[in-house]
Design a protein around this ligand. Structure first.
Ligand SMILES: Nc1ncnc2c1ncn2[C@@H]1O[C@H](COP(=O)(O)OP(=O)(O)OP(=O)(O)O)[C@@H](O)[C@H]1O
Ligand SMILES: [Mg+2]
Length: 324
């Protein structure tokens, strides 16, 4: 029994531009736009949604299996994942391609210009769960990936009765109302942030109640307002975990998912699992990068209890499972 995380695995190039983009974009010249910004700092990070979620899940004792396609430049990233105790057996190398790569420049006003190159990720659509021997999984997470692969995984999970969590996030822009109406019904979980649930409603024409009716559990994160878990006709309100400082606003959503599913797989109730997710987000926000945070299960439990009170059931997170 295992958690399979399908989604992007990518290199991220994060640049900062020491000025304002808008000073160099002339509205009357938009039909022949040609701008180049000289960045004064750049970091190259290991990223991708599936890897980010798997990283935090592993910190809490999970044994996630990442199912993804990567390129010939993946060697150092693969070694790093293995050093974290994360299985890379289902990370398939496409020798003629580069790993998906995210380029983003941020100016002094926090405006961003980004490109995401799909690279080897486009081949995700060629690998089914059945091909990879993963049909016995306890839960398949369908996170941002090649859009065709996302549609295929939802269809396959439904056809074979594999429980799945639908997590369209950044890829919502590429999924049509029909794709969503085909993917969401029958999902065990649907995960969105506040903006994304509005997009889902807009594209499908469903009300919030109608979205709730399609899935067993709907999880909506709302940034610094916390999150809501809709389950069994109830709305469970999850507060944020207090934060010491925000060093980097990215990665909160991925860390939340990694923690939430570690807690869910350990059999913890939703109110606890949601708080575990929230504290994982806090840890991620306090560090630069999406996989720079670190904690042992014991450190995590004592910080959790200092905010939310004693919770003996958290001891279930203490025993890291073996690598799958
Ligand atoms: N400023 C904050 N302080 C404390 N916790 C936060 C803050 N922002 C977000 N969180 C926590 O992270 C969770 C997920 O955040 P959010 O709803 O912003 O996800 P997201 O928009 O998917 O983020 P991402 O940028 O990673 O995609 C929230 O439910 C909350 O628990
Ligand atoms: Mg997100």
């Amino acid at each position: 029994m295992s958690l399979v995380i399908t989604g992007s695995v990518a290199y991220d190039y994060l640049m900062s531009y020491p000025g304002r983009f808008r000073d160099h974009i002339l509205p009357e010249q938009l039909n022949n736009l040609s701008v180049s910004f000289l960045a004064d700092s750049m970091r190259r990070e290991r990223g991708g949604v599936a890897a980010n979620i798997a990283y935090t899940n592993r910190l809490l004792g999970g044994s996630p299996i990442i199912l993804a396609t990567v390129g010939h430049d993946f060697g150092d990233y693969r070694r790093w994942l293995e050093d974290q105790g994360i299985s890379t057996e289902q990370i398939i190398e496409i020798p003629e391609d580069l790993t998906a790569t995210f380029f983003v420049s941020t100016d002094q006003e926090q405006n961003q210009i980004a490109n995401f190159y799909t690279g080897a990720m486009v081949h995700a659509q060629e690998y089914s769960l059945a091909d990879r021997g993963l049909t016995g999984s306890e839960l398949v997470l369908i996170s941002p990936n090649d859009p065709i692969a996302m549609v295929n995984y939802a269809r396959e999970c439904k056809a074979l009765g594999i429980p799945f969590a639908y997590d369209p996030s950044q890829q919502l822009a590429r999924l049509s109302g029909e794709d969503l109406a085909a993917g969401i019904p029958g999902a065990k979980f649907l995960l969105c942030n506040e903006y994304e649930i509005a997009v889902v409603q807009n594209k499908t024409g469903w009300t919030l109640q109608e979205v709730r009716d399609q899935v067993e559990t709907l999880i909506v994160t709302q940034g610094k307002k916390g999150s809501s878990i809709y389950h069994n006709g109830q709305e469970i309100l999850i507060p944020i975990a207090p934060i010491e400082r925000i060093d980097d606003p990215t990665g909160a959503g991925d860390a939340f998912r990694g923690g939430l599913f570690a807690a869910w797989m350990a059999g913890l109730p939703w109110d606890v699992a949601g708080r575990v997710g929230a504290l994982c987000s806090t840890y991620a926000l306090e560090q630069i990068g999406t996989t720079s945070h670190r904690f042992t299960p014991d450190e995590f439990i004592s910080r959790y209890e200092s905010y939310f009170g004693a919770q003996p059931e958290l001891a279930r997170l203490r025993q890291p499972a073996a690598v799958a």
